[in-house]
Design a protein around this ligand. Structure first.
Ligand code: 16G
Ligand code: ZN
Length: 536
């Protein structure tokens, strides 16, 4: 206790104004980096407890603020199989971080151990990584201090993309078992991806150059490193890495990256967009992906998470059919309320696959995707992945093919199982998946875009007095509070054709968000503004 107390005094919590408190939200704790040192220390205490609770398995801690500006940072916990921290534990994180004094912190830490029947003498292990933000150094040393103070073994994996840390957590905990997820090293991650990519490509040709905007974040150097692992001559992936300056912290996510592209609905101004070029953007920690090109006639066209989701579902659905597994394997797609209505229609009516809608936040989508043999989940913002159940993976490897076509499909499915990150959305892995699918279909981005037309839509951020007054039901598609607000939204929606709108409190900012879609752009804009006025 003395050790924890002394260490805690070196990493004080910055008190908030009366009535305010820190909250472990959809992205863990995320805010101005100057507020995070004490928080990260306390997160370290909780990660150590979690490891001890779960038979000394390794727990991950990632220090990143994703697409936020350079001055922010964040910290979140990764569970043993590479998943997000179990929801029940979020409140313990919130509890520890909001302790008013070091003494209270130690008391609450011990109480938590007692309540959860955790043996504080059991071994514990935590592994961690960080993105390129300069503030990361200080935060991981506070984290290490907490791990020292609690006699926890730890490994500092230094600079990583968020999905690489998730990979490493799972690889660490499955090492040497039949469920082994790959070598426990950054190189192991690249080797696994490169090998699976070559297998999945099956000598198909990739057309032209892919320009990858890395948001001047950690994805830049990591993507460049990955490219060295692709065997020359086996696949012709030609990648041009741009916006990969990680030496000037202030340019991180500045006028570039997946979040910029999605919210501004345009290409990053630098480098100057080349009409016709196939482009994609990663976000600051490389877990989100957006594709786009500048059409010489129609201008900017974006292929977002909904498009990636429907592309993956269509390709994998066809493969499962070709492999003769249609009746054995259940494929499902998971979306949030932000998914464009046209994508939902395309998946249910054209692909004839079930779609389930969940609240925003990867943990919700991931969980539901696990209930299928193959669960495809993407948020419209470009975060997502495809999960394969152990049964599905076994079927790909063990089913005896009845024809060369079946054999081919089974091999491609098995390769996708290795290529696609099974722990969390991974922009580099998702990008390779998209390249594989486009190569197999011999599609340009324009062909991909032609599969359906998005409904015009508009997203607005609304400043409200107290966002906590807004409660939702039906996977965030309806407001249950404040009283009467939903009725007003319904009345507004009725005035437009093919319209839909919802409002929800942001989980990452002190504001509400309103989404609206309708038959025309001007109607979508008008509806969004009406709904914004209702909740203002
Ligand atoms: C977090 C979520 C992201 C979600 C976003 C919504 C994870 C890893 N990240 O960044 O999935 O789309 O929050 O933000 O779950 P909002 O609640 O502010 O709209
Ligand atoms: Zn991110």
């Amino acid at each position: 206790d003395d050790k924890i107390l002394a260490a805690s005094k070196r990493h004080p919590i910055v008190p908030l104004e009366k009535g305010q408190f820190y909250k472990y939200g959809t992205a863990g704790f995320r805010m101005r980096a100057s507020l995070l040192e004490g928080i990260t220390f306390r997160v370290g205490l909780l990660a150590a407890l979690r490891s001890r609770k779960l038979n000394s398995q390794a727990i991950g801690v990632m220090v990143t603020a994703s697409h936020n500006p350079a001055a922010d940072n964040g910290v979140k916990i990764v569970d043993p199989m590479g998943e997000m921290l179990e929801q029940d534990w979020e409140k313990y994180a919130t509890g520890l971080v909001n302790c008013q004094s070091d003494e209270e912190l130690v008391k609450q830490y011990n109480e938590l151990a007692h309540q959860l029947k955790i043996d504080l003498k059991a071994p514990a292990k935590v592994i961690y990584g960080r993105d390129t933000r300069p503030s990361g150094h200080k935060l991981v040393s506070a984290l290490a201090d907490a791990l020292e103070a609690t006699d926890t073994e730890y490994v500092d994996h230094k600079l990583l993309t968020t999905p690489q840390l998730h990979y490493l957590v799972r690889a660490t905990n499955t090492e040497g078992t039949p469920l082994s997820y790959g070598k426990v090293s950054e190189a192991g991650y690249y080797e696994k991806l490169a090998h699976a990519f070559v297998r999945a490509m099956k000598n198909k040709k990739i057309d032209g150059t892919l320009t990858v905007d890395c948001a001047n974040g950690i994805g830049g150097p990591k993507l460049s490193e990955f490219l060295k692992y692709i065997p020359k001559g086996k696949v012709n992936l030609d990648v041009k890495v741009v916006n990969d300056d990680v030496l000037r912290p202030e340019v991180l996510n500045l006028d570039c990256g997946a979040d910029f592209v999605k919210t501004k609905q345009r290409a990053p101004p630098i480098p100057k967009p080349q009409p016709g070029a196939r482009c994609c953007s990663l976000d600051g920690d490389a877990d989100r992906l957006m594709y786009y090109w500048i059409d010489p006639e129609r201008g900017f066209f974006m292929l977002d998470g909904d498009r990636i989701s429907s592309l993956a579902a269509s390709f994998i659905g066809d493969l499962v059919e070709s492999a003769g597994l249609k009746h054995d394997i259940r494929i499902g797609v998971v979306q949030t309320a932000y998914a464009n209505g046209a994508s939902t229609n395309y998946i249910t009516q054209h692909l004839k696959l079930p779609v389930i809608c969940t609240p925003t936040g990867v943990k919700h989508l991931h969980h539901v995707a696990q209930s299928f043999d193959i669960g495809v989940y993407f948020e419209a913002n470009g975060h997502g992945t495809v999960l394969f159940s152990p049964d599905a993976l076994t079927a790909f490897k063990e089913k005896q093919p009845q024809s060369p076509a079946q054999k081919d499909a089974l091999e491609t499915l098995a390769a996708l199982g290795d290529l696609i990150n099974q722990t969390v959305g991974d922009a580099i892995s998702d990008m390779l998946m998209v390249e594989v699918i486009l190569a197999h279909k011999a599609w340009s981005l324009r062909d991909w875009a032609m599969t359906y037309s998005d409904l015009p839509n508009r997203l607005v951020r609304v400043e409200v007095g107290n966002k906590d007054l807004f409660h939702t039901t039906d996977a965030e598609r309806r407001l249950s509070h404040p009283e009467g607000a939903q009725q007003e939204i319904d009345d507004a929606v009725k005035k437009y054709k093919d319209a839909r709108s919802f409002a929800r409190a942001s989980g990452t900012e002190n504001a509400c968000r309103v989404y609206a879609e309708a038959a025309t752009r001007s109607e979508a804009n008008e509806l969004a503004e009406r709904v914004a006025r209702i909740i203002e």
